[in-house]
Design a protein around this ligand. Structure first.
Ligand SMILES: NC(=O)C1=CN([C@@H]2O[C@H](COP(=O)(O)OP(=O)(O)OC[C@H]3O[C@@H](n4cnc5c(N)ncnc54)[C@H](OP(=O)(O)O)[C@@H]3O)[C@@H](O)[C@H]2O)C=CC1
Ligand SMILES: O=C(O)[C@@H]1CCC=N1
Length: 273
């Protein structure tokens, strides 16, 4: 572990909300050594969620909101977008001096800064593969977020995947693509496996092949530097099986469906603002 990482592990992070995304992001950060479980102070209302954290991330602390915000250096808001004003108003006097990191979809920096009473805020759109170190995140900083704050958030996100600093106007599009995107790919994997079963494969083998095919294709795009269209052409032999399948996909509007899905999620993100 580098000296810089060691320093980072000394920050106290309050995590407000302990649901799916907090489990993935904070779980990934703990696994990567960006933060130690004992420096995580969790704020969640339900006993069942507290128990989940104790069982899966032993060592995390629990506190009520005001106490957690006061003790923390960095406060990550991982509640639903409409709960953001509730918690930020509730801890009203304690935001001063804290780096606030929000992962809520649709909630703009202007609103977050307004609620915090300062501009030392970073808005992040992560995704759940952060849990396994393969996240795709984007972030943008408020007007009082320092270079050090941005670097700290970027390196926390980079420890669990890739991270890009963007202009806030791009945040809805990022939400539509990589924020919501894992769900599109999960139904694709499920559907591929269903296809395999329909064609006669046992379910577990079909699922294994479908999953590895998606991972392998993604890695090919990432590592070959080739355009996906070129890689697609290399699979489709003239008069062969793949081109027959591709024709069916085009007839069923798969490309249009994917584009529409990303746009629908981005539009919903804009609406949440
Ligand atoms: N899920 C995803 O893939 C992604 C989600 N996000 C964003 O992350 C945020 C959280 O989403 P997600 O994790 O999916 O949602 P979940 O519903 O899984 O988690 C929400 C959490 O908020 C907690 N909570 C509710 N009210 C309060 C409160 N007043 N004080 C403290 N905690 C509270 C809940 O507690 P309890 O468990 O006790 O009920 C729960 O742990 C959202 O803003 C979403 O837009 C961003 C990117 C991807
Ligand atoms: O569905 C949602 O609203 C959240 C934001 C991006 C992914 N999940």
């Amino acid at each position: 572990m580098t000296e810089q990482t060691l320093e980072k592990t000394q920050f106290k992070w309050a995590i407000v909300g302990g649901g799916q995304m907090a489990r993935a992001l904070v779980g990934g950060m703990i696994k990567a050594g960006v933060v130690s479980a004992s420096n995580v102070i969790l704020v969640v209302p339900s006993e069942s969620t507290r128990r989940w954290w104790d069982e899966n991330q032993p060592g995390v602390q629990h506190a009520d909101l005001e106490e957690a915000v006061q003790q923390a250096d960095i406060v990550m808001l991982a509640v639903k977008p409409w709960v953001i004003p509730v918690v930020m108003n509730q801890a009203g006097p304690f935001w001063s001096g804290k780096l606030v990191v929000s992962i809520a979809a649709g909630v703009p920096l202007s609103k977050l800064c307004d609620l915090a009473g300062h501009g030392r805020v970073v808005r992040v759109m992560p995704n759940t593969p952060c849990l396994v170190g393969s996240g795709a995140s984007a972030f943008c900083g408020g007007d009082e977020a320092t270079d050090e704050d941005r670097t700290l958030v970027a390196s926390a996100l980079e420890a669990v995947g890739i991270a890009a600093e963007i202009d806030e106007v791009q945040m809805d599009a990022v939400t539509g693509l990589s924020g919501s995107g894992p769900a599109y790919i999960y139904i694709l994997i499920e559907a591929l496996a269903d296809g395999g079963v329909a064609a006669g494969l046992p379910r577990d083998l079909a699922m294994k092949l479908a999953t590895q095919t998606v991972i392998g294709a993604g890695e090919m795009v990432q590592k070959s530097g080739m355009h996906p269209g070129q890689l697609k052409d290399a699979v489709a032999s003239p008069g062969g099986t793949t081109i027959a399948a591709l024709q069916t996909l085009e007839q069923n509007g798969v490309r249009a469906a994917m584009i529409a899905a990303v746009k629908a999620s981005a539009a919903r993100s804009k609406e949440l603002a």
